[in-house]
Design a protein around this ligand. Structure first.
Ligand code: UGA
Length: 425
């Protein structure tokens, strides 16, 4: 059965979800306020770098997938998905202003409809948001009967770079619903995907998302702490974690020690969960430690660097890898940012290179030089810091011979070059 779906918000979650639901055969309208994004999507050009997305857009745009800036498709949509951003607010909590305004616009648009609709939140929101913010806003603005609209919370677990794959082959699908019918109707849009599906309350679904991201962040900070101890003891933390991860109760994933976690999700979601805990009178000691370890980790790169090359004033330092991880052009909260800022403050001349993220990093830190290839960054450099786990960096070899001194420090375990020293190994 094909469902008419409107997706509000054309960021990476909204766009990937819209594209993948169209791939599953549904009729999808993606509502995005930025007209340049709308135009690009309607021409089959994804405004973000995401594996496999362009192929889906080219196959479905103009057929069962359309991007638009208007809310006109909402009254005809059986399911409306809210996929707008929930950035970090000043106080560390989640900024829900875009959720509020999406809920208002959806409610107003639904005034013009007669049928039953499900409004689902896919954005990451604190427990209680769907019930106490989205539901009353939509109901008030739509002026409908309580049973005309059902509410669902359906968290996303998409990794940037692998988002299409994660959508099509999920580990699980979580559907929190206000009532049985809303959940049943919503479940239908995932038919065609094989995955365990769990039905929960709205608040449990919201909490599952924060808890998943907090747990993965904890695994990383834990591995980094063990890595820092291993470094002092002269033990290779990767050998250790291989032995640890083979225990099926632990599993081998997200145990890669390095310069810490970045991106638009983990730092913001852990911070929002800490904020939430404090608001209900809990002291989240473990989560605080996860953040503290993550904040300190990049500075270890600078300490190792200074130990090897001394005062950084006037030294040329190549920073290889700027994206917050490989396979994305996203530099948000990249661990390269605090490292580069510290290098600038200590008077170093930074030559940076990333296969995809030069442009996004230059908007965050414009004052350094950006290179078109690793060789330009490495030429006559006093040292090199590797900050992203791009697989292609494992082929770097002769390029390091261009350096003035072969001081290479890895913040991610990726090089095959023998001269590299690791942050925790
Ligand atoms: C993360 C989650 O993995 C997704 O499940 C979730 O849906 C998404 O956030 C979200 O909330 O929207 P993403 O931010 O794309 O996805 O990135 P990850 O692949 O999880 O990596 C996050 C950071 O952790 C990167 O900086 C990466 O380098 C670092 N990392 C990851 C490590 O330092 N060690 C590891 O072992 C794994």
């Amino acid at each position: 059965m094909h469902t008419r779906i409107s997706v509000v918000g054309g960021g990476y979650v909204g766009l990937v979800s819209a594209a993948c639901f169209s791939q599953l055969g549904h009729i999808v309208n993606l509502i995005e306020i930025d007209p340049t994004k709308v135009q690009a999507i309607n021409q089959g050009r994804p405004p973000i770098y995401e594996n496999g997305l362009e192929e889906i857009l080219l196959a479905h745009v103009g057929k069962n997938l359309t991007a638009t800036s208007s809310y006109e498709s909402i009254p005809d949509s059986e399911v409306v998905l809210i996929c707008v951003g929930t950035p970090q607010a000043q106080d560390g909590g989640a900024d829900l202003s875009m959720i509020s305004s999406a809920a208002r616009s959806i409610g107003i648009a639904l005034q013009r409809s007669d049928g039953y609709h499900v409004v689902a939140v896919k954005s990451t929101v604190p427990p209680g948001t769907t019930e106490h913010l989205v539901r009353p806003t939509v109901m008030k603005c739509s002026e409908k009967d309580a049973n005309a609209i059902g509410f669902v919370m359906n968290p996303e677990f998409l990794r940037e770079g692998l988002a299409v794959q994660d959508f099509m082959k999920p580990d699980r699908i979580v559907i929190g619903s206000s009532d049985q019918m809303a959940g049943d109707r919503f479940e239908g849009i995932y038919s065609g995907l094989e995955a365990p599906l769990i039905r929960t309350s709205l608040t449990a679904a919201e909490m599952i998302k924060y808890t998943s991201n907090a747990f993965l962040s904890t695994k990383i900070s834990f591995s980094n702490e063990i890595g820092n101890i291993c470094k002092r003891l002269g033990i290779d933390v990767y050998e250790v974690m291989k032995g640890v991860g083979l225990d099926h109760r632990i599993n081998p994933y997200f145990l890669n020690a390095g310069a810490g976690f970045g991106g638009s999700c983990f730092p913001k979601d852990v911070s929002a969960l800490i904020h939430l805990a404090k608001n209900v009178g809990e002291d989240p000691a473990l989560l605080n430690a996860v953040v503290e370890i993550n904040d300190k980790q990049p500075m270890r790169m600078i300490e190792l660097l200074e130990k090897r090359v001394g005062n950084l004033q006037g030294k040329k330092i190549a920073v290889i890898g700027l994206a917050f991880k490989n396979d994305t052009d996203d530099a948000r909260e990249s661990r390269a940012i605090p490292v580069i800022i510290e290098l600038i403050q200590r008077g170093a001349k930074v030559a940076a290179y990333d296969p995809q993220a030069n442009s996004s990093m230059s908007k965050i830190v414009p004052e350094i030089s950006y290179c078109a290839n690793p060789s330009d960054a490495l030429e006559m450099a006093d040292a090199c810091l590797v900050m992203t786990e791009w697989p292609e960096f494992s082929y770097l070899d002769r390029e390091f011979d261009l350096m003035k001194r072969k001081v290479i420090i890895e913040g991610r375990r990726i090089l095959s070059c023998k001269d590299a020293e690791g942050i925790c190994w």
